[in-house]
Design a protein around this ligand. Structure first.
Ligand code: AMP
Length: 207
């Protein structure tokens, strides 16, 4: 099962991808997470961070280089869930060129208003655990429940970057809906997490 999760940042696609990865025992591959996991002193990470901090897209060649390396690992043989990639039609074409056939594309639909609310309230720790100033709040304000590290706001969750990310999403990523039109499973992302998950599982088409 080779899946792609589409939906704006803050649509909950990372959470859903994680749940699907557990259910079907295939890896959840998020390019954002792959970038954040790069050695912070490496030139590659510094180059990529310049784009990420502004909410801009990282150049396609860098994205595909890092993705190709990840997809070459043995745990991807049974399938995988792509989250945050492809972000545009060029990346979709490059993925196809790698010989990767996609089975299902899940599109999680969430309004811009809801995305802005969710992203601007998001707080993370350096290990990537996610909380919110609205829901779910950490037990102690500003401290991660899981590892006790301080919580902070990602630079790309600040208002100007959110605006930029939504603009890019509508300009570029939405064209992917056309590109993958026969594979798309639309899902209402403004429901409780479990209901979104059930809709996805019910919608999946097994090849
Ligand atoms: P995310 O964690 O998916 O929200 O991604 C965080 C940031 O990483 C984005 O705002 C982009 O700067 C960058 N990024 C992640 N995936 C891609 C991609 N497929 N293409 C270009 N940039 C990406």
């Amino acid at each position: 099962m080779r899946l792609i999760m589409l939906g704006p940042a803050g649509s909950g696609k990372g959470t859903q991808a994680e749940m699907l990865a557990k259910k079907y025992n295939i890896p959840h591959i998020s390019t954002g997470d792959l970038f954040r996991a790069l050695d912070s002193n490496s030139d590659l990470r510094k180059e990529i961070k310049k784009y990420m901090d502004k909410g801009e897209l990282v150049p396609d060649d860098l994205v595909i280089k890092i993705l190709k390396e990840r997809l070459g690992k043995p745990d991807c043989e049974k399938g995988f869930i792509l989250d945050g990639v492809p972000r545009n039609v060029t990346q979709a074409e490059l993925i196809k060129k790698m010989g990767v056939e996609i089975d299902n594309v899940i599109n999680i639909e969430v309004s811009d208003e809801e995305v802005t609310k969710r992203l601007s309230s998001r707080r993370v720790c350096k290990n990537g655990h996610i909380f919110s100033t609205i829901y779910p709040k950490p037990k102690k304000e500003g401290v991660c429940d899981v590892c006790g590290e301080p919580l902070f706001q990602r630079d790309d969750d600040k208002p100007e970057a959110i605006k930029e990310r939504l603009k890019i999403y509508h300009e570029q990523t939405s064209k992917l809906l056309e590109y993958y039109q026969n594979l798309i499973i639309p899902v209402n992302g403004e429901q409780p997490i479990e209901e979104v998950f059930n809709d996805i599982v019910d919608g999946l088409k097994w090849m």
